[in-house]
Structures are given as structure tokens and as C-alpha cells.
Design a binder for this molecule. Structure first.
Ligand code: NAD
Ligand code: WQD
Length: 350
């Protein structure tokens, strides 16, 4: 039987890109996803790009009986764990869903892993665990802060849970990957981000304005102490992020313990710079209006990713123009994402 990497949440945005990267690197993967924020179409497209069938199970990480069956049936030797809920705004109105999926779900997964002597885990954490940073760029040992939302706090809780686990048992080998702001899409235009309803994140808002699904962009605040008054973030291409997971897995196979790595580019762009770059790259103009600050936003943050470069031999290789070009290709070839009428054959025909 093949050694298998279990990818939870592998039908989602970052998970599907990572699944492809791992398959391209010769790994056998098993995707588990409850499709609460994704759909089967992403798996079909993944199979098309991978030129192979992908083992996919529709199910929930909180379903212990299902996990026990999967770990019995497959020779799982590592888990890349994306499954969880990720909307900051929704987490404020539905905190229990966030703690149940993100914290209880992870706890359940780890308990089953331990039962089957599987101790290698890559976890999707977030720069949100730093809270309002005292300094930029942010280093891994800057210390975590007080994340502004239940979503962010669920990520910090899982980091703490996993840290305790690694301390309790030397066989655990865990990577906490702190992503900055993932954007972009696979260069084929077949995989990308497909938010439910009106998006919250900047890039999907920009592309949906450009495609005409949203009339204009709202810029939240222009009175921050930044280069032009708008917030600054470290945007990273989702395929660079996926490659970071491959490198992290490789290190976990040789090195035990708990590792924390920032995955970012080290470069910050303001919201206005993003709008201008988007217009330059795509030639589409973006109408926008300035609105008051959005609750919970920090002024600026970008990564110091030198630890990942040193220890993983990884760095982000795709620049902002490529991130925007790929996001736009994805959005313009799939104006309504995966769902709706646009299916693989139609997307391929574009
Ligand atoms: P996504 O919503 O596209 O992917 C998450 C996937 O997990 C979805 O396919 C969803 O259906 C699935 N899922 C949710 N709850 C589940 C459960 N209980 N059991 C099984 N499957 C479940 O999100 P994404 O952007 O790909 O994010 C992946 C991970 O990275 C998440 O944990 C997220 O919190 C984290 N993260 C994302 C960002 C970002 O900006 N996208 C930044 C930092 C961290
Ligand atoms: C970026 C900037 C907005 C939309 C969030 C989560 C974080 C991680 C990544 C998941 C901010 C501004 C946005 C719009 C705007 N997520 N903006 N108009 O807030 O840095 O991070 O996503 O794990 O945990 O907090 O990303 O893309 O929402 O916002 O002006 O319509 O764009 O105010 O300054 P953020 P974002």
C-alpha cells in the first residue's frame, strides 16, 4: 500500500493547490473535506491537472468513526490540515461553529492520529495570531498577540494545543505555518478561490468588481499611519504557499518537534497600491470609494520569512504582477467560481 498524505480541507482554496503540488512531487494523497466551503468540481479539476484519479472522501474531521475507518484503510504517514472555517466576520456571529470546527476538529484529528501512530502534522495557521504587531517585519519569535476575532483566537488555541502535544510526546513532528495573505490561483485558471456569497478579502472583492459582480470596491480606511493611509499587507501567491507545505513536510520527515514558519514574501502593499497594480496588470479600471475603517483591521503587517528560507530552503518566487494576473485569469474564466453553470469542459474551452 502507498504511504499516503491525508489532506483535510483539500477541496478548498489552499488545500486544492497544495494537493496538486504534492501529487506533482510524487506523493499519494487522500483528500477529506465536508464541502462546507467548496465543491466536488475542484476535485475534478485537480484530477484533470494531476492526470490522475484523486482519492476523495466527503466527510467531517469531527466524525471520529470516519477518521478511524480512513486511518485503518489507508497507510497514512502525515497529515496536512487545512479543514476549518475561515471567515473573520462570520466567526463573530457564529463563534461556536468556529471553535467546534477549528479547535474541536483538530483535537479529534490529533487523537485519531496518535491512535494510529501518525505524528507528522502540518497545520494552517495565520499571521492573525500575532495580533497587532509591535514591529514589522514580523519574526516567528515576536510573540503572539490577541487576535481580533473568534476565528483568529481559534487559530491561536490550536497552536497552543499543538505546542502542548509536541511537548508531551517526542514522536510528534508538527509544523505551524503562519500564512500572510494568500492570493492568486493556479496558472491554468482551473483552480482558485471561490468564496461563498459576498467576499470579505481584498483580492476576491477586486476581481469581482472587475468582472462586474460588485459595482465598486470599498476601501476600509485611509487614515492609517502607513505609506498612503490605507492598510498594508504581505500578499503571497497560493502556489508559493503550496510549495511551502511540500518543503515543511519534507523537513518533518527528518526532524521531530514543533516548528513555526512564517510564509510570506516579506513585501507589503497598501490597498491603494493593490488597486493600482490590479489596473496596470489587467487594464481594467476599479471604481472605489473610501469608507470608515473596518473593525479589527491592523494598520500593517508583513513577514520576515528568513527562517523559512534558512530551514526549509523555501522562498516565495512569484511577484505581485503574477499573483494578480493569475487571480484575474481564474476570475475571468470562472465568473461564478466552481458552482453554477461553469463546469470543467466549459472552463477548458475558454
Ligand atoms: P477554504 O474554506 O477554501 O478551505 C477549507 C476547506 O475545509 C473547505 O473546503 C471546507 O469545505 C473544509 N472544511 C471546513 N470545515 C471542515 C470540517 N469540519 N471537516 C472537513 N472539512 C472541512 O479555505 P482556505 O483559504 O483554503 O484556507 C485553508 C486553511 O488555511 C484554513 O484552515 C484557514 O483558516 C487557513 N488560512 C487561510 C488564509 C486565507 O486567507 N485563505 C489565511 C491564513 C490561514
Ligand atoms: C486586506 C486589506 C482590508 C476588502 C484576513 C484575515 C486573516 C487571513 C487573511 C484567514 C485590509 C482591506 C478588504 C475590501 C478593503 N484569513 N479591504 N476592502 O484582513 O489582512 O486578513 O484574511 O485565515 O486571518 O484576517 O485580509 O483581504 O480581508 O484585507 O479595503 O473590500 O484590504 O481593510 O486592510 P486581512 P483582507
Amino acid at each position: 500500500m502507498h504511504k499516503t498524505t491525508l489532506i483535510t480541507g483539500g477541496a478548498g482554496y489552499i488545500g486544492s493547490h497544495t494537493a496538486l503540488t504534492l501529487i506533482d512531487a510524487g506523493q499519494h494523497v487522500l483528500v477529506l473535506d465536508n464541502l462546507s466551503n467548496s465543491c466536488h468540481e475542484s476535485i475534478e479539476r485537480l484530477e484533470h491537472l494531476a492526470h490522475a484519479r484523486v482519492d476523495f472522501i466527503e466527510g467531517d474531521i469531527r466524525d471520529t468513526a470516519l477518521l478511524l475507518r480512513l486511518f485503518s484503510h489507508y497507510d497514512i504517514d502525515a497529515v496536512v490540515h487545512f479543514a476549518g472555517l475561515k471567515s473573520v466576520a462570520n466567526s463573530v456571529s457564529h463563534p461556536l461553529d468556529y471553535y467546534a470546527n477549528n479547535v474541536v476538529g483538530t483535537l479529534n484529528l490529533c487523537a485519531v492520529m496518535a491512535r494510529f501512530n501518525v505524528f507528522k502534522l502540518v497545520f494552517s495557521s495565520s499571521a492573525t495570531v500575532y495580533g497587532e504587531p509591535a514591529h514589522t517585519p514580523i519574526l516567528e519569535d515576536s510573540g503572539t498577540g490577541f487576535p481580533a476575532s473568534p476565528y483568529g483566537r481559534s487559530k491561536l488555541m490550536v497552536e497552543q494545543l499543538l505546542t502542548d502535544l509536541a511537548l508531551s510526546e517526542p514522536r510528534w513532528s508538527i509544523a505551524l505555518l503562519r500564512y500572510f495573505n494568500p492570493i492568486g490561483a493556479h496558472e491554468s485558471g482551473l483552480l482558485g478561490e471561490d468564496p461563498n456569497g459576498r467576499p470579505n478579502n481584498l483580492l476576491p472583492c477586486l476581481t469581482q468588481v472587475a468582472i462586474g459582480r460588485i459595482p465598486e470596491l470599498t476601501v476600509f480606511g485611509n487614515d492609517y499611519p502607513t505609506v498612503d493611509g490605507t492598510c498594508v499587507r504581505d500578499y503571497i501567491h497560493v502556489v508559493d504557499l503550496a510549495e511551502g507545505h511540500l518543503k515543511a513536510l519534507q523537513v518533518l520527515h527528518s526532524d521531530g518537534g514543533l516548528h513555526i514558519w512564517n510564509l510570506g514574501t516579506g513585501i507589503g502593499y497598501s490597498v491603494l497600491q493593490m488597486i493600482r497594480s490590479f489596473e496596470d496588470v489587467t487594464g481594467v479600471s476599479i471604481p472605489f470609494q473610501i469608507a470608515p475603517r473596518r473593525a479589527g483591521d491592523i494598520a500593517q503587517c508583513w513577514a520576515d520569512a528568513s527562517k523559512a528560507r534558512r530551514e526549509l530552503g523555501w522562498c516565495a518566487r512569484r511577484n505581485l504582477a503574477q499573483m494578480i494576473e493569475d487571480s484575474w485569469r481564474w476570475q475571468s474564466s470562472n465568473p461564478f467560481g466552481y458552482g453554477h453553470a461553469v463546469q470543467l469542459s466549459a472552463a477548458l474551452a475558454r
